[in-house]
Design a protein around this ligand. Structure first.
Ligand SMILES: Cc1cc2nc3c(=O)[nH]c(=O)nc-3n(C[C@H](O)[C@H](O)[C@H](O)COP(=O)(O)O)c2cc1C
Length: 308
């Protein structure tokens, strides 16, 4: 039987190769980028032109696998670089696909998933000097009038972010809480930060501690949906001659959840020093700051910069 092979298409004018495997997503590789990316993330204009069958479409020639390999060699494509990028791609998928979900299915979280999430939350608690508690099978907290007002349905699990009172407690809750959120996303769960729209939680809070915020957790009825976002220049003082890692970091920060989608943060780059400030008025700004900083770090790579 004949083995199914990928089809390669080449746009000689723009130096773009497209790889269409028999199964799975199409890939695109621009000569100057040296890595295959999923078509989904490729240049929007190009993608649209191709899917509409216009513009660039006409310039695409089907080429043999040998020809594609020859081009890859000429361009300096390396498996190593591809591996590094793919590693990043997983992180990128995680931040891009996370959306707030408020309506859940009545599906219980299996024990092995709980164990993994609990272990991760314990590590975050230690690193952030917090008490991150995950409460399972407790439908009352998100069954209150406030929760219904906030459109929560069927939420039986939540993460409580608790910590000793201190100056940067809220920022730490944002920074480490978002790590647990993205871990939950990786495990196939859905989440929604909830400052106001919930009832009383069953978290254990000592006298010198505060329950800062909760995060609803479970299997969503949907994966949520994209929402409006500020633009790059609205959240970054610098907009030209930027290193790739900074651009990745800002894009990731723009995907971060913020209270009421306020996105009141602004980044600044000076050499390899990055600073970020928040607006002065708005709910949960310090929690947002922690969340946004984690998103930036995750895609920028902490080895590339220091916080100013
Ligand atoms: C600190 C914080 C508090 C939030 N509080 C609530 C809340 O009380 N009720 C609610 O329904 N959503 C709440 N959210 C979710 C935001 O509305 C949501 O993250 C924002 O609209 C962006 O959408 P996204 O998460 O899908 O990207 C909160 C988010 C954050 C980060």
């Amino acid at each position: 039987m004949c083995e199914e092979k990928a089809v390669y298409q080449y746009d000689a004018e723009n130096d773009v190769l497209i790889r269409r495997p028999p199964h799975g997503a199409d890939l695109i590789l621009y000569r100057h980028e040296l890595v295959w990316r999923r078509f989904f993330d490729a240049d929007e204009g190009y993608r649209r032109a191709i899917s509409l069958g216009q513009g660039h479409w006409d310039k695409l020639d089907t080429v043999s696998e040998e020809k594609a390999e020859q081009l890859l060699k000429e361009w300096g494509y390396s498996e190593q670089l591809q591996k590094e990028w793919d590693l990043m791609q997983e992180k990128w998928d995680l931040v891009r696909c996370r959306h707030s979900v408020r309506q859940f299915r009545e599906k219980s979280i299996p024990q092995e998933v709980r164990d993994e999430l609990d272990a991760f939350a314990r590590q975050c608690s230690i690193a952030g000097e917090l008490s991150i508690q995950i409460i399972y099978d407790e439908p009352r907290c998100f069954n209150s009038r406030k929760a219904h007002y906030g459109k929560f349905r069927n939420c039986s699990n939540y993460i409580a972010l608790v910590g000793k009172n201190g100056e940067d407690l809220e920022e730490r809750c944002g920074y480490y809480g978002e790590q647990v959120v993205l871990k939950a996303q990786e495990l196939g769960l859905n989440t929604c930060w909830a400052a106001l729209t919930h009832g009383k939680s069953e978290a254990i809070v000592a006298e010198d501690e505060t329950e800062v915020i909760l995060i609803a957790l479970g299997y969503g009825q949907t994966q949520g949906r994209s929402r409006k976002s500020k633009s790059f220049s609205q959240v970054s003082d610098n907009t030209t001659n930027l290193p790739d890692w900074y651009i990745r970091g800002i894009r990731s920060a723009l995907c971060a959840p913020t209270a009421m989608n306020q996105q009141k943060f602004k980044f600044s780059l000076n050499g390899d020093r990055v600073s970020v400030r928040t607006g002065r008025f708005g709910p949960c700004l310090r929690i947002d700051l922690g969340i946004v900083k984690y998103h930036f770090e995750l895609l920028a790579g902490p080895e590339n910069f220091t916080w100013a």
